[in-house]
Design a protein around this ligand. Structure first.
Ligand code: CO
Length: 146
C-alpha cells in the first residue's frame, strides 16, 4: 500500500468523467488499497479515484465505523431533502451548506464485482452523493453557482 497525492480543484482532471470499471484485477485492488490508506491518513470521510488522478468510477467512504469500497455506483432512488455543511479534500479549507437528498439508495459492485445495495441517510447519504458527483466531474462548490 502507498499514500497517493490528493489533487486539488485547479487540476483539470477533476472535471473529467470517470470510466466504468471493467477489469476487477490486481490493478484495481492496489488502487483501492492505496485509496484506503490515503483516506484514513486524511481528515476526509470520502475519496474518489479521480482525486488521486485515476479516471475510474471508484470511491471509498469511511464514516460511522463503516468502510465502503464503491465501484460503478448508481443512485437509484433519492428521497427527501437535507441541508448541511460539506467539504472536500480537493477544495481545502472550504465548507459550505449544500442541499442533498435526505436518503439515497445506491447500487454498486465491490472489488470482486459482487453486486451491493446500500440505503444511506443523513450524512452518509451526503457522502455517497458527493463522491458520486466526483465521478462525473462535479465539485460541491458547483451547487453554489446555481
Ligand atoms: Co470531494
Amino acid at each position: 500500500m502507498a499514500l497517493r497525492k490528493i489533487l486539488t480543484e485547479e487540476n483539470d482532471i477533476l472535471r473529467k468523467t470517470s470510466k466504468k470499471v471493467v477489469n476487477f484485477d490486481e490493478n484495481l485492488w492496489e488502487l483501492l488499497d492505496d485509496m484506503k490508506e490515503t483516506l484514513l491518513h486524511s481528515t476526509g470521510v470520502g475519496l474518489s479515484a479521480v482525486q488521486v488522478g485515476v479516471l475510474k468510477r471508484v470511491f471509498v467512504i469511511n464514516l460511522n465505523n463503516q468502510y465502503f469500497e464503491v465501484i460503478n455506483p448508481k443512485i437509484v432512488k433519492r428521497e427527501g431533502k437535507q441541508k448541511g455543511q460539506e467539504g472536500c479534500l480537493s477544495v481545502p479549507n472550504r465548507f459550505e451548506d449544500i442541499s442533498r437528498p435526505k436518503t439515497v439508495t445506491i447500487e454498486f459492485v465491490d472489488r470482486f464485482n459482487f453486486p451491493m445495495t446500500v440505503k444511506a441517510t443523513d450524512f452518509m447519504a451526503r457522502a455517497f452523493c458527493h463522491e458520486s458527483d466526483h465521478l462525473d466531474g462535479i465539485l460541491f462548490t458547483d451547487y453554489l453557482k446555481k
